[in-house]
Design a protein around this ligand. Structure first.
Ligand SMILES: [Zn+2]
Length: 140
């Protein structure tokens, strides 16, 4: 099922850990709505600006999957409001800085990025239809 032009529900809910451990990560309807809003308002705009496909490392995490990977209890991944993204061949810091300077978002985090290693880490970005905090963080 397509959520927006370039993003499918499947890629926003798939998980290697989930399939390995046979965890059902089906998104309930309210989560699908949040995922769609995230794709429309954030991911599609990044996709269009850079003209390159985004890798979704992690999108929705249902309670069982979130627990299995040790995610934060109040993670926005659990409501379908957040995604961890990368663009193949692009420095994650460039992606992070562009989003920071050009986009509306709830929370933006550059996670586990090491200076001088462009493909290290990933970018976590979230969208809250109820109101965005525009909070920017780095986690090492
Ligand atoms: Zn994340």
């Amino acid at each position: 099922m397509k959520l927006t032009q370039h993003f499918s529900l499947e890629e926003m809910t798939k998980s290697q850990t989930g399939s390995r451990k046979n965890i059902d990560n089906t998104a309930p309807p309210e989560v699908v709505e949040n995922l769609k809003a995230l794709c429309e308002n954030v991911l599609e705009k990044i996709r269009i600006h850079f003209g390159r496909p985004l890798s979704i490392n992690s999108g929705y995490r249902g309670p069982a999957l979130n627990k299995a990977i040790g995610g934060a209890k109040n993670s926005q991944h659990m409501t379908g409001q957040a995604a961890d993204i990368e663009i193949a061949g692009m420095d994650n810091k460039i992606l992070f800085c562009w989003i920071k300077d050009n986009m509306e978002f709830d929370q933006l985090i550059l996670e586990f990025y090491k200076e001088g290693t462009p493909d290290s880490g990933w970018v976590h970005v979230s969208w809250n239809s109820q109101g965005n905090r525009k909070q920017v963080l780095k986690i090492d």
